[in-house]
Design a protein around this ligand. Sequence first.
Ligand code: 5GP
Ligand code: MN
Length: 339
Amino acid sequence: MITKIIREEQIQKAKKYVEKGERFVIVSHVSPDGDALGSSLGLYHFLNEYGKEQVYVVVPNQFPSFYKWMPGVKEVVIHEKYPEFAEKLIQEADVIFCLDFNEPQRMDKLAPAVVEAPGRKVMIDHHLNPAQFCQVTMSYPEFSSTCEMVFRFICQMGMFNLLNKQAAECIYTGMMTDTGAFTYNSNKPEIYLIISELIKKGIDKDAIYRKVNQVHTESRLRLMGYVLYEKMKLYPEKQAALITLTQEELKRFHYQPGDTEGFVNLPLSIQGVQFVVFLREDRDYIKVSLRSVGDFPCNEFAGCYFNGGGHKNASGGECTGTLQEAVQVFEQGLETFKY
Ligand code: 5GP
Ligand code: MN
């Protein structure tokens, strides 16, 4: 069926951990997105179906409300809310799966507990430059989502029959969100073979799209209008755009986590714009999101100026200091950055 791309020795080593392990914890990155939650919950349902009774998903902090429909999401342990419980689970786990991130810092305050835990660690991820802190490091940037990797991992272990409808729904969600509903990073034919298998497991892909994308609040839509009308600056000679939001503005529009998701993509719909940066004032730092089309490497820009990284066309980072300072860093970066 699908090509066996994940290296066989990695599959066999991880398969042993699956067979022998009793206590499993699945962790993912801070501000979990559809791929982080989808891959974690997909693997969670698989392990449950396998017969494992002690399986926990732990994430560093809260996720957007439009993922609250996902099967199993109520069981997700949020470290920020229950730090002691989360750390106890991690400390006692035989096996820790690290999904959708390449280095411990991406787990934020959860990082020390995971790095120091005695359990075997397995990374399944599609970001560049994986840090070496796991016994098995499945790092394949050529895949467009970690969810796709979890599907392949289960198949390559020969356990496709244990992938149930709930797992399929979670896996589809991350494949969809990490490709903008199959509008970027989505030209590999096997993606569609996998989707076909997921549909055979009983998922309703159209309903999943609606559950993620058509459940927003009035204030999010008004915030989007405000951003586009008042807060978007174009740099035509650089084929770039910037959007910014302050804490005060977020409060004015009753900001909830996830409300600004996708905003960074909006200016890319303007003809000629190839690079967009979104600077959002969070409580203790400036959150930076970067997107591009074509060859412009956002991850290098994020690495140079915003202490971040990610994929070529979708990256993130952060900035200490004020929003004005972050704007200056961006504008100076636009002048000096060469690729
Ligand atoms: P977003 O803009 O959606 O937060 O992030 C887009 C992508 O950039 C993520 O999928 C992740 O790969 C990467 N990313 C986001 N924030 C950071 C960060 O602080 N550091 C690094 N290295 N990558 C990030
Ligand atoms: Mn991902």
